[in-house]
Design a protein around this ligand. Sequence first.
Ligand SMILES: [Zn+2]
Length: 1016
Amino acid sequence: MHNDHALVEARLDRFVRDHVHPAVYRDPRSVTVSAWQVPREPVPFAEAVQNPFEPVAVGWRWGRAWSTVWLHVLADLDPDWVAAARRAGGAELLVDFGYNRSRSGFQAEGLGYRPDGTVLKSIAPLNSWLPVDLDSDRFEVYIEAAANPDVAGDYTFEPTPYGQWDTAPDEPLYSLAQLELAIRDLEVWELAQDIWTLRGLMRELPEGSSRRHNILRAFEDCLDLVDPDDVSGSAAAARRRLDAVLSQPAAASAHSILATGHAHIDSAWLWPLRETVRKCARTFTNAMSLMDDYPEFVFSCSSAQQYAWMKEHHPQVFARIAEKVAAGQWVPVGGMWVESDTNMPGGEAMARQFIAGKTFFLSEFGVDCREAWLPDSFGYSAALPQIVAEAGEQFFLTQKISWNQINRMPHHTFTWEGIDGTRIFTHFPPVDTYISELSGAELAHAERNFSEKGRASMSLVPFGWGDGGGGPTREMVAAAARTADLDGSPRVTIGSPAEFFEAAHAEYPGAPVWRGEMYLELHRGVFTSQLRTKQGNRRNEALLREAELWATTAAVRAGAEYPREALRDAWHTVLLLQFHDILPGSSIAWVHREAEERHATVTDTLNATIERSIRALVGPSDAPDARPLRANAVASARGEVAALAIGHDPADQSATVTVDEGEDGVVLDSASLRVVIGRDGRLRSLRGRDGREAIAPGHGAAALRLHRDLPNLWDAWDLDEHYRRTVTELAAEHDGRVERGDDGSATVVSRATIGASRATPTVIEQRVTLRPGSSELDLEYRIDWHETEKILKLAFPLDVHADDVAAETQFGHVRRPTHTNTSWDAARFEACQHRFLHVAEPDWGVAIANDSTYGYDVDRTTRADGGTTTTVRFSLLRAPRFPDPDSDQGMHVLRFRIRPAASIGDAVRMGQALATPLRSVVGTHAVEPLVSSSHDAVLIDTVKLAEDGSGDVIVRLYESQGKRASTELTAAFSHRALVLTDLLERPRSDAEPSADGVSVSLTFRPFQLRTVRFVR
Ligand SMILES: [Zn+2]
């Protein structure tokens, strides 16, 4: 036979485009449309319909960016047309708001309402219709149309004015392109779906396969059978011909795919939080209308926050969700409050993501999620396996790691081991997307790409439009039905993630192990972008801990009321703002300005809570016997004040800081620490009591370095390796003056200016402070930042020979190499730390704590003297211009604290102390700690009252240094029993610890996390 394959395929494409698709709808009928323009922010249905609607028509220009228009659509239904529609399979309202691209979730969207205010279905590109009830002689709907701008456009990453209401242009963005009723020909639509699936499959089959040619010739016959002048009348015959190839069963060895309906809805990103509330309503409504039409359809939906939004703003949608959950078609997954970032949230916050999410799903639906669901977060912390397991989950799902630039993750189904040794069964879908449309190309890629072939046979595919929501369509459900058992294709079954995980786990007990973090080799700038958002997170994490501690202490000791609701609300806000495009700094300006405001409100609330609780404990400040006290909320003693206690801390009158003018600069000496600060502001020497020099010879530490920061793509997200090639060393200057504090501390102030000739230069003030008797040096940076597309680093070249550094993560630390031996090490050229970094030889190290900074890098050089310089550099500020053109502009304050001769335990304590300074208070009573731990490595991280309102005290502890430790946990309040629990405060099956009523012995493995409930 002559080879005409390409010609047949080209004929198919043209015929489908020109004849099959246009024949799906016919006999259009016009409608009457009127509109009401919402003045600014969205309003509910009941309020909208009270307003005067003005007539509009197709062609109407509408939609200033972020505005909302309500449309009222009316039509009388002609009985003959209705009869024809019934014969064809139905009728629909076709809507085109004036979309200019095919992707769903990034342009105008709408939600249709019946006249009684109940929601009907949403409208978005590729799902742009509303159902028409043929039992009525009249059609009437309201549509809330949101003029969301396409902020990213073609991803040129140009600065956009569309990221805030006030900077966006006033011109309308859209033109109403279509609004009419039409008869939908079901048989033609089914034919289109047959062709789409078979065509997609055919193109993935080898050129030489018989199956490919069987499909090709079936298409050729099918095209002959379809009459272009009567597609409707000839579609059935064409489908019968295709059925010969559609009905051939899959091979015995075919890959199995569990497809689960899904809609990735970023809780904020290129749209503000308020728009996500509406995106959820639209997406969820669509998912539920699919459930009504297709009983086999299952929808997996994460993020308790998004459900909570429905409960608050769309109670009818929420009520329907509850019904669908009960029916098993709607599956809450993940058990987190939002799909958060997992690199930056602190330990307790990471735990609370699961606690808050699971508590919501349990209380609203009785559902206990078994799988963590994080398809899109930017890398996965090595602390997660333990946190996930402690939350009572068995499985983990990720997808994003397929975005790695350099190294390919070797496994798709594996066991993931965390810092403490906890292992969790994990799947990384080989389809390489969480927004599948179940195309032939995607299904074939899933099978080809699957690393576990030969040992395992199944993978998971989340299908449905996403990022901006949208979710599954009837076309995707049709594709799933056609690939359930189709020769040449993986076998597709619709189901839930838990079904997949159970089956996958059962068939693959020997799954390979991945140990440690899943570092994403991309988006390395997200540890630094939008500093204010990050500082709000860090600050409020510390304040939440402090507020819960003092509120619990006040409740137990003074009978004060526990501010349960206020604390829960504060947590929910902080957890929401940890969403994987908010905390990383990759959202539009609107989102980050709002995040800063919300963080500020939480800070005020928590400070008020803390002050009220402490006041209840220490008594009046104006009593005759009142005296200065200090509240120490961290897990280690400070001065004379015990951990978690409030006490008197008399200043050591003998301790001083001497100031000398040395040859290299100003010398500050506290007797425990001696530092030389050069005239350029750099630390020329730093020695602790043991006299060993911390700074590498010939270098200055605390060196400010300014780099170009021009990533190839993804400006707010990415820091590309080439940033290192251009650097300006910033010389600061100080005038030799030394400021003396009331406490006897000495501060040397230096200033550096960038762009002095500009109208708004960047000015950096560095304040180096040594306190009397202190072994630690404080560094404060007050930066008025006016750069664009630059990154500011703060470098510490240390005279330490270290193969790795310890960087704090949740409930412990990770070690990352200082070298680039492997491509994995080389790709990790910017990483995440929490409150400290520790660089050490076996018995001597340097600890550097910070109050604001997550991004850092490290490298090593060998000096002429043979010694090794290990240089750590912290990323202070960036200034990307997309998606927020003004990101990071203005004033910032960042703090560091450095200590030579520091152990890992010192580093842990420094990080906590910098995050939670001592609070000065005047009162009559010192306060003993409620609980204490005898081992300095086992830290009491959280003290709170139980979520169940019982008044029980919950204490969360972890081993913080990476070693085995036994501790005596002592409770200084009466309690009836002590129970080990999971994160959700549910009893664990472990044997009860032996307790004598006052203290209990607990043994911890390295980095182990435990939760104890004191029953009162
Ligand atoms: Zn996302």
